[in-house]
Write a protein that binds this ligand. Sequence first.
Ligand code: SF4
Length: 106
Amino acid sequence: MTAYRSGVPDNWFVDPVNLGVPGVRRVDTDGDDNALAWQTDALCAQTDPEAFFPEKGGSTRDAKRICTSCDVRGECLEYALQNDERFGIWGGLSERERRKLKRRAV
Ligand code: SF4
């Protein structure tokens, strides 16, 4: 007999996405509207992610080299610019290079 479970309500599990917990993003399952759909083809996903988020002053050379062969480089860079991504290498550019690019575009 599992009497100790009787007090657990059926809806005890609350989805962190629905709660709006920071860092937990809603996954859009609507195909074309998914702003992150390109990540399926991201080359960095098959490599060492730490190379793309180096410590301050660390080398970004390896990450940038991988980006040059990535099929979704354009989508990646556009996403980073639109979402104001502050950290890491996106689309082959560092945070500083992306900032410069943004300034030039204004
Ligand atoms: S361009 Fe670089 S950072 Fe962007 S998905 Fe491709 S490998 Fe990853």
